[in-house]
Write a protein that binds this ligand. Structure first.
Ligand code: NAD
Length: 367
């Protein structure tokens, strides 16, 4: 029988101890001197199906930071895919390096070969720093890639569906916190205006929300500010904005000891993965502070739902949209359960997802 992964805390220094704690099945290190490829593929759990999760390309400050990121992200995919009712396990990959500087066709195709050699145990798609075009290069070498452009019959970028899911999940959280799901007049602080953040802002603008944004890249901010009425703050100041809703849409672990002392929001609802630095500690802290925190892997599953239809054989946008809109009810269900049990919403959601995995593992154990 599979053993339950422990709740997500800061990663240990011993690799096999980390894998044991988090419950990973396999971790693959990919390296090539010529192209400069340094990638880590982490396969967390394949009970529900092949491990599915995007590839992130990021200029990590150290290899251990990259390893920690991929281990946390892949574990998150297991629960995300399970909670969304998909027949997919959890995995994720990171490529170490600045996507604006070192990404080449050769690097991506070589990376595709590493995925091919896993024989379908891991399927990739886009995450931060990766595009549909990149998926096409990977697809030259392996069929275990999704998020291909529409013209190739693929599901395209997962970002629009992730943004839709984040938007409906935010509305559900608003209903819980404010008694109405209207976002009109609410001040919403969006951290990160990349592929998902930018589209999310479009939805928020339509509802006449007051939008405050930040990003580390000037060009991203400029693009959004040209399209929408937004107030811009520096990346460090986003935590001090007197907002009703804080929407983390950049990187993980932004809900931690220091930021919780500064955040004024009653709701935290964003698309970033692994928002809580420590699920146990900071999820419980949110609850005690009366903050409605929407579990990240529940609210941000729109993208993988979109991808799942492509993996299933033929992309169906209408089905993906309808499934993504179900996030509204799922968020309410989790928040209500957490409230009635007076428990940390993240742990409640993890438990719900884990129950499905265990149920299916039991079925698989018989002939
Ligand atoms: P992206 O790379 O397109 O955008 C992220 C943006 O955040 C970038 O513009 C970047 O400059 C900015 N950023 C990074 N660090 C920042 C900081 N400290 N302060 C402010 N801004 C910062 O990525 P994306 O695809 O929009 O994804 C955003 C988040 O959502 C990631 O955590 C990703 O894993 C998660 N997510 C994305 C999808 C998807 O479909 N793309 C699906 C599920 C989850």
């Amino acid at each position: 029988m599979i053993s339950e992964p422990q709740s997500l805390v800061r990663v240990e220094s011993n690799l096999f101890l980390q894998l044991d704690n988090l419950g990973h099945e396999q971790v693959v290190f990919c390296h090539d001197h010529y192209t400069g490829l340094k990638a880590i593929i982490a396969i967390h759990n394949t009970v529900l199906g092949p491990a599915m999760g995007g590839t992130r390309m990021w200029a990590y400050s150290s290899e251990s930071e990259a390893l920690e990121d991929v281990l946390r992200l892949s574990r998150g995919m297991t629960f995300k895919n399970a909670m969304a009712g998909l027949h997919l396990g959890g995995g994720k990959a990171v490529i170490i390096g600045d996507a604006r500087k070192i990404k080449t066709e050769a690097l991506l195709r070589l990376y595709g070969k590493f995925i091919k050699n896993l024989n379908g145990k891991y399927i990739t798609a886009e995450d931060m720093g990766m595009t549909e075009r990149d998926m096409e290069y990977i697809a030259q070498e392996t069929s275990f890639v999704a998020g291909l452009p529409h013209y190739r019959g693929g599901s395209g970028s997962p970002a629009p569906m992730t943004a839709l899911g984040t938007y409906v999940g935010m509305k559900a959280a608003a209903k819980k916190a404010f008694g109405t799901d209207s976002l009109e007049g609410k001040t919403i602080a969006v951290q990160g205006v990349g592929s998902v953040g930018e589209i999310l802002i479009g939805y928020l603008a339509k509802e006449n929300a007051r939008i405050v944004v930040t990003d580390i890249f000037e060009d991203r901010i400029k693009k959004v500010a040209q399209q929408y009425k937004v107030t811009v703050v520096s990346p460090e100041d986003i935590y001090d904005v007197p907002a009703d809703i804080y929407s983390p849409c950049a990187r993980g672990a932004t809900i931690n000891d220091s930021t919780l002392q500064r955040l004024k929001a009653q709701v935290i609802a964003g698309c970033a993965n692994n928002q809580l630095a420590d699920e146990q500690l900071h999820g419980t802290a949110c609850m005690k502070m009366g903050i409605v925190y929407v579990p990240d892997f529940v609210i941000n599953s729109g993208g993988v739902i979109n991808i799942a239809t492509e993996i299933a054989g033929s992309y169906n946008q209408a089905w993906a949209k309808a499934k993504t809109e179900e996030i509204y009810d799922r968020v309410l269900q989790v928040l209500q359960k957490a409230e009635s049990q007076r428990r940390n919403a993240q742990l409640v959601a993890l438990e719900m997802a884990w129950q499905r995995i265990q149920d299916i593992a039991r079925i698989k154990a018989t002939y």
